[in-house]
Design a protein around this ligand. Structure first.
Ligand code: G3H
Ligand code: 13P
Ligand code: ZN
Length: 311
């Protein structure tokens, strides 16, 4: 099976009341952990690559690793550019074989966001590639961009119809209180999402797939291991899983997860070195990293996203 776009996945996810996991990938072990998990529970997958991941691992290496995962698993896999920030970057990924791109114009004015997104959509659709846009601004850190809480803003439901009509995007990322990274709420603050905004967006765009970024749960089991073995993340806090399940049952068809993968791999490697300080063969510590990622992704698919047996 070749790489697929997000089109069919989202149609089925919307109708079925579940979401597809969009997992960030940076190297072979991460790709193997995610795809082996999805294979065991027969789930469709979105593997997404940030500009930073592409710089780190190289476009061709990532492309070929994902192709290898398709050969090994036979699963429908969509290869997606995460947070594309320019037409040129989106074009390069489209020309290089990605089947989906995000153009993140959320830091521009509404008008400029529409113009940039529409330009990407025109190019992408001519090549059969799907496009995700974003309205509203999440707080948190992605690569070199650090959006403070003051600069973050919820999506305005009154803008979504005009944005989708004028750009032709296939899916829309919205800001309802999630944020990037491992520190999503202040210590003592009760995690909350604006489900009223999601509900209004859903009413204004019936049947249209919505995307949640910054949706890691910052699973305490991994944070505890990192803290136990020398790390200092006492205030890490994520999105409760019951909120993600609720979002997946509504119009949210794609849930982005990166930080949880990072935490799982780091926890495994720290734990490994605490137990085996003399090891120096990378296979010895990357293997448990890959296993922890596999366990995490299976848990997400079966217990949070609900996309098991939907491949
Ligand atoms: O939302 C951003 C993702 O977590 C990717 O992070 O830009 O550091 O690769 P990155
Ligand atoms: P997390 O940092 O919550 O994993 O979010 C990842 C994301 O939104 C990637 O685009
Ligand atoms: Zn994101």
């Amino acid at each position: 099976m070749p790489l697929v776009t997000s089109k069919e996945m989202f149609k089925k996810a919307y109708e079925g009341g579940y979401a597809i996991g969009a997992f960030n990938v940076n190297n072979m072990e991460i790709i193997q952990g995610i795809t082996e998990a999805a294979k065991e529970v027969n789930a469709p997958l979105i593997l997404q690559v940030s500009a930073g991941a592409r710089k780190y691992a190289n476009h061709t290496y990532l492309m070929k690793l994902v192709e290898a995962a398709i050969i090994e698993t036979g699963l429908p896999i969509c290869l997606h550019l995460d947070h594309g920030d320019s037409f040129e970057l989106c074009k390069s990924c489209i020309d290089g074989g990605f089947t989906s791109v995000m153009i993140d114009g959320s830091h521009h004015s509404f008008e400029d966001n529409i113009a940039l997104t529409a330009k990407v959509v025109e190019y992408a659709h001519a090549k059969g590639v799907t496009v995700e846009g974003e309205l509203g601004r999440l707080a948190g850190i992605e690569d070199a961009v650090n959006v403070s809480e003051e600069d973050a803003s919820y999506t305005k439901p009154s803008q979504v119809q005009e944005f989708v009509e004028k750009t032709g995007v296939d899916s829309l990322a919205i800001a309802i209180g999630t944020s990037h990274g491992a520190y999503k709420f202040k210590p003592g603050q009760k995690p909350q999402l604006r489900f009223d905004i999601l509900q209004e967006v859903e009413e204004r765009l019936p049947g249209f797939p919505i995307v949640l970024h910054g949706a890691s749960s910052v699973i305490p089991e991994y944070v505890d291991l990192i803290n136990k073995y020398g790390g200092a993340m006492p205030d890490a806090i994520g999105i409760p899983e019951d909120m993600l399940r609720k979002a997946a049952s509504m119009a949210v068809c794609k849930i982005n997860i990166d930080s949880d993968l990072r935490l799982a791999m780091t926890a495994a490697i720290r734990e490994h070195f605490a137990q085996e300080p003399s090891h120096f063969d990378p296979r010895q510590y990357l293997k448990p990293g890959r296993e922890y990622i596999k366990t995490l992704v299976k848990h997400k698919i079966v217990n949070v996203l609900g996309c098991d047996n939907k491949a």
